[in-house]
Design a protein. Structure first.
Length: 244
């Protein structure tokens, strides 16, 4: 019951706040033009006594005026097989090209095209990720709805080029609300369709962060699986941010 109430309150909060959420060039916006490195830990309750903790590093830099590179490396700790397993799960590289920045009337926007490469460490039988290497094209647009609000819808398709079959299309909406000069909140919803398994897993996440200095900040996040095909019940995380 507690988890059901948590999921309901999380979804209601998203509905109530999504019209007033965001920030300007915040690294939590996937289409921001920034240079940063984050160190994060996220815990997920998978149900039936199973759980997973994802320890990872992620960051980004601008390789050119219109080209952004994002990188990630994930290390999992999980008991999904019935006993504890720990190992590297994957590394990810994402190239993003920004073809246009302009305005719709008085509303600034930035379009994006990109390709993500996911290299698995083939630990799927131990409950750590999947045994698939992926290439994932995506499109998106960052819209500055207000001075303190950026909304970023994105669409991405995941397909394997080796290993286990993967055929998943994901729609993602990220809202960043600048709470103050040094604080922000992020709301994110993600809905995926698994073409092979005919499943529709969905998630929702809230993040609150504060920059303690111009170069260093900390943030907390809470997330929930949504719907009957959810891949986890609830999650919580901690992140440290280094801006350059």
């Amino acid at each position: 019951m507690l988890f059901q109430l948590f999921r309901l309150s999380l979804c209601l909060t998203l509905v109530l706040l999504i019209s007033q959420v965001a920030a300007n060039e915040n690294p939590s916006n996937p289409l921001s033009k920034v240079k940063n490195t984050d160190i994060r830990t996220q815990y997920f309750d998978l149900g039936d006594g199973k759980e997973r903790t994802d320890h990872f590093i992620q960051g980004a830099f601008m390789a050119a005026e219109k080209i952004k590179i994002r990188y990630e490396a994930h290390y999992w700790d999980t008991n999904i097989t019935g006993h504890t397993e720990r190992d590297w799960e994957s590394i990810r590289l994402r190239g993003i090209y920004f073809p246009k920045e302009s305005k719709w009337g008085n509303t600034p926007y930035r379009t994006a095209l990109g390709l993500e490469w996911v290299k698995s460490f083939s630990s799927g039988p131990r409950g750590i990720g999947t045994d698939a290497d992926l290439l994932s094209p995506f499109i998106g647009v960052a819209i500055k709805v207000r001075e303190n609000l950026v909304l970023t819808p994105m669409l991405q398709h995941f397909a394997e080029y080796s290993g286990e079959d993967q055929d998943i299309t994901a729609a993602r909406l990220v809202g960043i609300w600048k709470l103050s000069a040094n604080s922000w909140s992020k709301l994110e919803t993600r809905i995926s369709y698994d073409w092979d398994k005919d499943r529709v897993p969905a998630t929702a996440e809230i993040q609150f962060g504060h920059m303690l200095t111009p170069k260093f900040g900390i943030y907390l996040d809470a997330s929930s699986g949504v719907g009957k095909d959810r891949v986890y019940n609830w999650g919580a995380g901690l992140g440290l941010r280094f801006d350059y």
